[in-house]
Design a protein around this ligand. Structure first.
Ligand code: SF4
Length: 726
């Protein structure tokens, strides 16, 4: 048993709060504060505080399972791995490599995400790999790349937020999704800064705002255009900045000027005086920030919506200036790193493009394969899930639970059931793992070492604090063993640091350059912001942060020195130039359009979905924690008193929400905090109250992100007999 305190990070969201783990005499660990980590300064939400409960062998898998006679039964590791290798090999032989699918997760460490992408492309030879992070932040990634030439969630550290003049927070409920981050907004206000929150619901975050704008779900593209219209009309644009640091303004300006405030008021429900007040609050301070999250992104026009908010920030001269700019608040623990290193359908490590011949050459050389052998881009996450059982016959799935988290979930569940072969690696028997032919029990955060990249682009070291239970092995071990069984003996190490050393070389020179980051540095510093090239900056070696050591030099797997990094990392991006070819940020002209499924006579209400503070994503882990279940025991339907009255529903009565894709039933939660034309459901639960039974898989044409945030439904009272039967 390890006896010392281990500083590490929470397994859940993208804040990646620092925590110390102390071993308990009877086994397991206790979470204690780690005040030296600057992101959360010791604060944790209930999920982080109770995370060790999921390490308990009472709630997790500790033996491989194989399907026999229709049920999952315990098996040896060799039996289980042989079955997976055989299932994948048979599919590849009978239907070709693209009939093998791979689905990853935004919770995988950088090392695992990197290895999963490599495994798919050089062991299976398939293009069909994507991950659940596609559902999380791909629209902001697409919008960021269009405008700035680079996607990093926040281009500045969180510590800048309290020092700015105004934050315009769009579609984010920090109070529930990452509570320790709310402190940055509190400090902003204490410093005299202003907070504007855009959200259809009056959330606990919106309650903190100086101004809360509550647009109809799916209309914040129009809202942003209306605000930009007013900014132009009131002469509040920063003309010198636009001239010197941007391109494409005239087209974007013309598009915005077509969105008159009165027209925008009709679309959004936000009044013209409210629009004017938002413009005043945002434009008066010298520095201001726009921060977006899932609200604007999870729409079939998510990329355009993000572009509209970026345009607003550019027109007022914010990005690339101190204490100002545009940023996106990533959701999943390693949502940022997960999409930088190759588990996304169109990417190679280092945030390189799979379609770029030079990127293919560089990565193929690191991998020791012919560039021409690398497959091209594959399907996006929902499209991949939709192809299961038809084009894709076998699936290897890690750290994801699409039976609960995917849109149109009943259809996705049916597609998963129709597979020839499904293998799942997870820490618990999730609803998706229950459908598998083989389930492998894998190690998790406190039992293994690896890196993640938080929402600031800060690369962090999670450290092993305890010995995993008997029978549990790491995802890296799984890929090593499967690669060997499928004929690739080398190139899949099980040591995470060895993988990271290869990742450094694969990312070198790419947009997300990690080559100057080492485990030694990460152990000594509170994270390093990418890009961090191994080469010294042009003006000579940078100072190593106070108190930091670069760690003991040692040789990498191929004999190269590993601890020579001197670049300080890049906490703040774009101060001199943007990452576009000409160094200018690009305006993208966009116009309002309707959501994919507007309400009508049959489905007259809008459904929007989201999270609650005591559960995380599909709930696979948090639904196994008693304290969290006591706080958030099940799904609910949040609805306005006027809608409840029309239904004859009282608080706690079961109500049915019906969309074109299915029906979900959950207790009513009646509140004035939601618009009368909208209902809200959290999406953490399976079964009858599964919110994603209802959601619309209509995809954004650029990011391929589904429209989780708005679809047409009708709401019905559930009669007493039906409620009892349910
Ligand atoms: Fe963990 Fe996120 Fe909670 Fe921090 S805010 S403790 S990272 S779940």
């Amino acid at each position: 048993m390890q006896t010392s305190v281990t500083p590490t990070h929470c397994p859940y969201c993208a804040l990646q709060c620092g925590m110390n783990l102390t071993p308990e005499p009877a086994g397991g660990v206790t979470v204690v504060e780690r005040p030296d980590f600057p992101v959360n300064r010791g604060a944790l939400c209930g999920k982080g505080r109770t995370a060790p409960a999921v390490l308990s062998s009472h709630v997790r898998l500790t033996s491989p399972l194989v399907r026999s006679g229709g049920t999952l039964v315990p098996a040896t590791w060799d039996e289980a791995l042989d079955r997976i290798a055989e299932g994948l090999r048979r599919t590849r032989t009978e239907h070709g490599p693209d009939a093998c699918g791979v689905f990853g997760g935004g919770g995988l460490t950088n090392e695992k995400a990197y290895t999963l992408g490599k495994f798919a492309r050089i062991v299976l030879g398939t293009s069909q790999i994507d991950y659940n992070g596609r559902f999380c932040m791909s629209s902001a990634a697409a919008g960021g790349i269009k405008a700035f030439g680079l996607d990093r969630g926040l281009p500045f550290p969180l510590e800048d937020i309290p020092k700015t003049g105004c934050v315009l927070l769009v579609g984010s409920n920090l109070a529930e999704t990452m509570p320790p981050a709310l402190r940055y907004l509190t400090e902003l206000k204490e410093n005299g800064g202003r907070l504007i929150v855009v959200d259809p619901r009056r959330t606990r975050t919106a309650e903190q705002a100086d101004l809360h704008l509550a647009p109809r779900p799916g209309t914040d593209l129009a809202l942003a255009l209306g605000l930009l219209h007013l900014i132009v009309a009131e002469g509040r644009t920063d003309e010198a900045y636009i001239r010197e640091r941007t391109s494409g303004w005239e087209e974007a300006r013309a598009a915005a000027m077509a969105h008159w405030p009165e027209y925008v008021e009709r679309i959004t429900g936000v009044s013209v005086p409210e629009l004017r007040e938002a413009v005043r609050l945002f434009c008066e301070p010298e520095a201001a920030m726009v921060l977006t999250a899932r609200g604007p992104e999870q729409q079939s026009k998510g990329t355009d919506t993000v572009s509209a908010w970026i345009n607003l920030s550019l027109a007022t001269g914010r990005p690339g200036r101190p204490l100002s700019g545009y940023g996106c608040l990533t959701g999943q623990g390693n949502g940022q790193g997960g999409r930088e290193h190759g588990q996304k359908a169109d990417q190679l490590p280092g945030y390189r493009k799979l379609t770029d011949p030079e990127a293919r050459r560089h990565v193929a050389e690191v991998w020791g394969v012919d560039p021409d052998s690398l497959p091209g881009p594959g399907r996006s996450a929902y499209e991949l899930l939709d192809a299961l059982g038809t084009d894709i016959r076998s699936l290897l799935l890690m750290a994801s639970n699409p039976v609960v988290s995917a849109p149109r979930a009943a259809h996705v569940e049916e597609r998963i059931r129709s597979l020839d072969f499904l293998a799942v690696c997870d820490v618990v028997l999730s609803e998706t793992a229950e459908l598998a032919d083989v389930v492998l029990p894998v190690t998790q955060w406190a039992e293994e070492t690896g890196t993640t990249t938080n929402l600031e682009g800060r690369v962090l070291l999670r450290r092993r604090a305890i010995t995993p239970p008997e029978g549990v092995r790491s995802d890296l071990h799984v890929m090593h063993e499967l690669a060997a069984r499928l004929g690739v003996e080398k190139g899949f190490p099980t040591d995470p640091e060895e993988v990271f050393e290869e990742l450094r070389r694969a990312s070198a020179g790419g947009p997300a350059d990690y080559s100057g980051i080492t485990y030694g540095r990460l152990a000594a510093e509170n994270g390093v912001f990418w890009p961090c090239p191994a080469d010294s900056p042009a003006d000579g070696p940078a100072d190593v942060p106070e108190g930091a050591s670069l760690g003991a030099p040692h040789d990498g797997p191929n004999g190269e020195p590993t601890d020579t990094a001197v670049h300080p990392g890049t906490p703040r991006l774009f101060l001199d130039r943007f990452a576009t070819e000409d160094g200018r940020a690009r305006f993208v002209p966009v116009s309002h359009r309707a959501i994919a499924e507007e309400p009508d006579d049959e489905y007259p209400v809008l459904l929007t979905t989201g999270r609650v503070v005591a559960q995380y994503q599909s709930g696979a882990q948090t639904r196994r924690v008693d304290e969290l279940n006591a706080a958030a025991p099940g799904p609910f339907v949040e609805l306005h008193p006027r809608l409840a009255e029309r239904l004859g529903a009282a608080e706690g009565d079961p109500v049915a929400v019906v969309s074109r894709r299915g029906r979900a039933v959950a207790p009513a939660r009646i509140t004035n905090a939601i618009r009368p034309d909208t209902v809200f459901m959290p999406f953490h639960w399976p079964g009858e109250g599964r919110a994603n039974t209802l959601t619309n898989p209509a995809l954004d044409p650029t990011s391929r992100m589904p429209e989780f945030k708005a679809c047409a439904v009708r709401v019905e009272a559930v009669n007493a007999v039906e409620a009892v039967e349910a």
